[in-house]
Structures are given as C-alpha cells and as structure tokens.
Design a protein around this ligand. Structure first.
Ligand SMILES: C[S@@+](CC[C@H](N)C(=O)[O-])C[C@H]1O[C@@H](n2cnc3c(N)ncnc32)[C@H](O)[C@@H]1O
Length: 341
C-alpha cells in the first residue's frame, strides 16, 4: 500500500483533495502544508493503476505527487537529517545504478529541516554518485523526491511521468527570456507544454485581451500571425511587427470572416461567463477543429462548480479537451478547447 505526497497551487489543496475524493473510493486525505501540500492514502489501489488513471484524465488542481518510500521523524540536526536521507537512498541501490537521478528537495514553511533545497540536494548527491547514479537536473530516469514537513521527512523514488510533472512540486520555472513583455506570457508557455500543443504548428491566431502583449509575443516568436484585440495599448516593442495586427476594440464588438484563424487565445481578466459568451460568439472565426486556450477566472466561491458550469457553456461551440490549473495560474484555470465541426 503506497501513500503519496500531493501538491496543488497555494490555497487550492481543498479542491485537489475534493477531486481525488470523488475519483478514488476510500481515499484518505490529510493536510501537511495548509492549502498546498497533503498526504493521499489510496487503500489497496495499486500504484500503476492510480498513476495511469491520473495521467489519462488529469485532475484540475493536483499539480504533483510522489509515492512515500520512507517516512521518518524530522530533525533540525544537519547530520541526523543527512543520515536519514542517506540510509533510505542506500536501499535504492539497484534502481540508482547507471541511471540519471533528479534530486528534488522541498520543505514546508513550518519545517525544522536544516537545509535549503540546494543544500539538501548536495547532501544526497554524493550517495547517489557512490551508488553509480548520475545526479541530473532534467531528463532523469528517476526522481528522488524529498519533502520536509513540520513533523516528518518524506522521501520517495518515482519515474518523472508518475509525478504528473518533472518539476519539483510541479513548480514549472522558465528562464526570464530576453524581452519578455509580461509575466502572463509564462501562462501560455506553460500551457504549450502542459497541453502538448506546439504553438509553432499554428498559422493565424486571434488573441483576445492581448495587452500588453505577453501572449502575442510568444505567438510571434513561434512564427504565428497574430490579430491582437484589446482597447489597451500593446508594448512599444511590438509596434510595427510585420505579423501583428492590433485592433483596439472591445472583443464583444468584433466579428471575423468564418475560418479566419486556426488558434484563439483569450486571457481577458473578466467574469468567466461574459468571457465565454464573447469567445463562443467568435467561435465561427475559427476553422473547424481549430484550438482555443482560454483563461477561466475563478471569481466565485465554488471553483469546481464554476468549472462544471463553464465547461457546459463552452460545450455549445467547443469540445472542452482539458481544464488545468497551471503553476502560473493564480485565481484561475486554463482551458484547452477545440471548435466543434
Ligand atoms: C490579464 S490582461 C492580458 C495579458 C496578456 N495576455 C499578456 O500576456 O500580456 C487582460 C486584458 O484583457 C483586456 N480586456 C478585458 N476585457 C476585454 C474585452 N471585452 N475586449 C478586449 N480586451 C479586454 C484588458 O484590457 C487587459 O489588457
């Protein structure tokens, strides 16, 4: 029987727990870092079955999980902590030998764990090397996850795909690329990966609520032609871009020739029902089968209900392919939709 350490965006653990409770009969859930990290017990459900089911239909709010291979009392003493980590890692000698190992160390704010993430990694890496493993940051065969909570130290070894994300705790980090116009751009970069939707595969995009132009700039970098709609100004660096057309309009007032775009993106910070009406009105501007990436604001009290309602509303014009709270989403989730034929 395996238990897991599970993580969501701050404040959203109750919804991640609710999703798991609905999906896994008999699941037991208990908070570790309030609102963000919790322990999941799934009774007799085999590890592979759980992971296959979660990967097939990813929960919206669960960002990351890893199986607990070792649970020991937490200590504030560096030597005792290093020894506890080392003794578990030595039990994994067979799996580690000749393999690339990512060591990911996290702690809750109230944990007495005596190391930073980097120091924790440095404490474990020599043991991994001694066992014939190659400590790496990316493209690992195995991830060795360490999570230090208030009372216990949890360690586990799993394949990257079994964690739902190969980033520590699912915290996706992008290098701040040169010329990045807004932090909002990270949302589209993350959606591109999370939805496995290379943006350079599109030709003509409609960007609703585009200013100051973070999403538009990502699309332009991918070689896409962009029609940006926003009454607000775009960033001066985008002025005169040969593949960018900026319409300074309210998106509700526009219409386009049928099939003008193969991609619609929408990051309007507005009531999600209004946004849905605007996007659905513009659906014919997309080619049949054209894709949409839409931010859905969670401004009401019951996020799961809001998402269920909006999924139904979007379903009139679109197939809703995925709904995911990305690491870069704050009080929102991101939808991947496809225009119905
Ligand atoms: C969060 S910002 C978008 C950031 C943008 N995605 C980026 O990467 O820079 C939301 C934008 O939506 C625009 N907006 C809100 N309602 C709109 C509407 N009805 N039509 C067009 N733009 C709208 C706002 O003017 C604002 O610039």
């Amino acid at each position: 029987m395996t238990d897991y350490i599970a993580t969501s965006n701050p404040g959203f653990a109750p919804y991640a727990m609710e999703e798991l409770r609905r999906r896994i009969p008999g699941a037991k859930l208990s908070g570790l870092a309030p609102g963000e990290t919790f322990r999941l017990s799934v009774g007799g459900l085999p590890n592979e079955e759980l992971i296959a089911s979660l990967r097939k239909e990813e929960p919206i709010f669960l960002r990351h999980l890893f199986p607990i291979g070792s649970e020991t009392d937490i200590s504030s003493d560096p030597e005792a902590t290093a020894a506890a980590m080392e003794s578990f890692v030595r039990t994994l000698a067979d799996q580690i030998a000749g393999r690339k190992i990512a060591i990911q160390v996290r702690k809750s704010q109230d944990s007495p764990f005596p190391f930073s993430s980097a120091e924790g990694r440095d404490a474990v890496a020599p043991v991994v090397r001694e066992l014939g493993g190659d400590p790496v940051a990316k493209d690992a065969h195995w991830i060795l996850s360490v999570y230090a909570a208030k009372k216990s130290l949890y360690i586990g070894l799993s394949e990257p795909k079994a964690n739902l994300s190969d980033w520590p705790g699912g915290a996706v980090r992008f290098r701040r690329e040169e010329g990045l116009i807004s932090r909002a751009a990270f949302k589209l970069l993350e959606a591109e990966r999370a939805f496995n939707l290379p943006l350079d595969g599109f030709v003509n995009a409609l960007d609703l609520g585009a200013a100051p132009g973070g999403w538009s700039s990502v699309l332009l970098e991918r070689g896409v032609k962009v029609t940006a709609v926003d009454p607000a100004e775009m960033h001066p660096s985008l002025e005169g871009h040969p593949r960018l057309r900026h319409l300074r309009n309210n998106a509700a007032e526009l219409s386009f020739a049928p099939g003008s775009f193969d991609l619609l993106v929408c990051d309007m910070s507005w009531d999600p029902h209004h946004t849905c009406r605007i996007v659905s009105e513009l659906a014919p501007a997309l080619t049949a089968g054209g894709k949409g990436i839409i931010t859905l604001k969670l401004m009401y009290k019951k996020p799961l209900q809001t998402i269920a309602d909006l999924t139904e509303e979007y379903s009139e014009a679109f197939d809703v392919l995925k709904v995911k709270q990305l690491f870069h989403n704050r009080e929102e989730v991101t939808l991947l939709v496809r225009r119905k034929p």
